[in-house]
Design a protein around this ligand. Structure first.
Ligand code: HSE
Length: 428
């Protein structure tokens, strides 16, 4: 009989338990697909006594993930510990040093150390795969590295944090404030232990930086992702956007421009009728554009036991089959150090400002925009609330720098109350 592929699994949370279930319950199916049995030799987690809803009988127990990663009876180290440093990094490095293949769901680890780990994998003749790290169950890493390998990728966009999409959807559909929707998501257990990873756009930014590396053949550059979370998005903006035919999404966009690599993760307006605009709840979507294929849209669950374990097993079965692909789709030494684009591609913007009810107030705002070279496309003024009225402006395409000049100058007009809101309108 063909030798089994032996796993060592570090981290037995939701995803780890899901992987154990697949290995135990679908043994015949995965052996047929992988061409050899897939077994578990050893596992490791913080709490040995915890009931995970699946038997761990027959597996050796290790307290230390580094020891697990180095065991002789482990061929593939499955890293489901999480965190950009600490035990996850130490154990992954130990596994790669020992020449063992690694499958991980850890976006933070790869966003911060992807290049060094890819180099370490190649030096040890190992592969390092991470399908589960990006958009959960959606096989987007495979799509980019394999199915679309014959394309020059022109743009990758995505809603890749289900928690943020859930919060924004609930604000829109149930009229909840940001705080109410956040509390609801928290009650459902959606938020990461550090909620800022979700609502600050960091988790989605990690994922975007990994896709950008594959798409553009560049070293992972998470630090160069322009990040803005959803904390300042108000119900008022969601309503006004809807009224003008848009939805507000925490949208990641990466593209290679003449000015360098552009990577942005920020709340944007997208047309309500577009696939991204129609994405409700905790679901993820990645849109990939290639010079040959045109545009493709991948949609599916971005988190949870089954979807994430599905992605882990896809990588494990690839290794069982003997498929060996470089971490970011090409040898690590050939990945360029991309120059980050200092400015985003020009786009139309949505502006909301509270205008004081004074003669000439609107003219002053229009003048400030005009002086900065920002042209108004559409404008609405809502009914007055005592002494102020909300004014909504959609600009023609403009640079963020010109817009920022205008926004700064608005303060000096003394007819704008509070800080204006500016959201990019992405052409999708
Ligand atoms: N917290 C993430 C989300 C899943 O809400 O989509 C893990 O990256």
């Amino acid at each position: 009989m063909t030798e089994p592929l032996r796993l060592g699994i570090a981290g037995l949370g939701t995803v780890g338990a899901g992987v154990v279930k697949i290995v135990r319950q679908k043994a015949a199916l995965i052996a047929a697909r992988g061409g050899r049995p897939i077994t578990i030799s050893a596992v490791c987690a913080r709490n040995r006594a915890k009931d995970r809803g699946v038997s761990l009988d027959g597996y050796a127990w290790e307290d230390d993930p580094v020891a697990l990663a180095q065991r002789d009876d482990v061929d593939v180290f499955v890293e489901l510990v999480g965190g950009s440093d600490g035990p996850a990094k130490a154990a992954t490095e130990a596994a790669l040093r020992a020449g063992k293949d690694v499958v991980t769901a850890n976006k933070a680890l790869l966003a911060h150390h992807g290049q060094a780990l890819a180099e370490a994998a190649e030096a040890g003749g190992a592969v390092l795969r991470f399908e589960a790290a990006v958009a959960g169950g959606i096989p987007v890493v495979k799509a980019l590295t394999e199915g679309l390998a014959g394309n020059e990728i022109t743009r990758v966009m995505g809603v890749m944090n289900g928690t943020c999409n859930y919060i924004l959807t609930r604000m829109e559909s149930a009229g909840l404030t940001y705080d109410q929707a956040f509390a609801e998501a928290d009650g459902l257990g959606y938020l990461e232990a550090d909620p800022n990873l979700d609502v600050g756009g960091i988790d989605a930014g990690h994922k975007l930086s990994l896709l950008a590396s594959i798409a553009f053949g560049t070293q992972v550059a998470f630090d160069a992702v322009e990040l803005e979370g959803i904390g300042r998005v108000s119900i008022e903006d969601i309503r006004q956007a809807a009224d003008m035919g848009y939805k507000v999404k925490l949208l990641g966009v990466c593209r290679m421009t003449g000015r360098g690599l552009e990577q942005r993760m920020s709340p944007c307006l997208v047309p309500a009728t577009s696939p991204l605009g129609q994405l409700d709840g905790g679901t993820n979507m990645v849109v990939i554009e290639g010079d040959q294929v045109g545009q493709i849209v991948l949609r599916g669950p971005g988190a949870g036991e089954g979807p994430t374990a599905s992605a882990v097993m896809g990588d494990v079965i690839d290794i069982a089959r003997g498929t060996r692909i470089s971490t970011f789709g090409q040898p690590a030494a050939t990945l360029d150090k991309a120059t980050p684009a200092q400015t985003a591609t020009p786009a139309p913007y949505y502006l909301r400002l509270m205008l004081l009810d004074k003669p000439g107030a609107l003219a002053k705002v229009a003048a400030v925009l005009g002086e900065a070279g920002v042209s108004i496309n559409r404008m609405r003024q809502r009914s007055h609330d005592q002494n102020t009225a909300p004014v909504l402006i959609v600009t023609h395409k403009t640079t963020r720098a010109a817009l920022d000049t205008a926004l700064a100058a608005m303060v000096g007009t003394q007819v704008v109350e509070g800080e204006p809101v500016a959201l990019r309108i992405e052409q999708v």
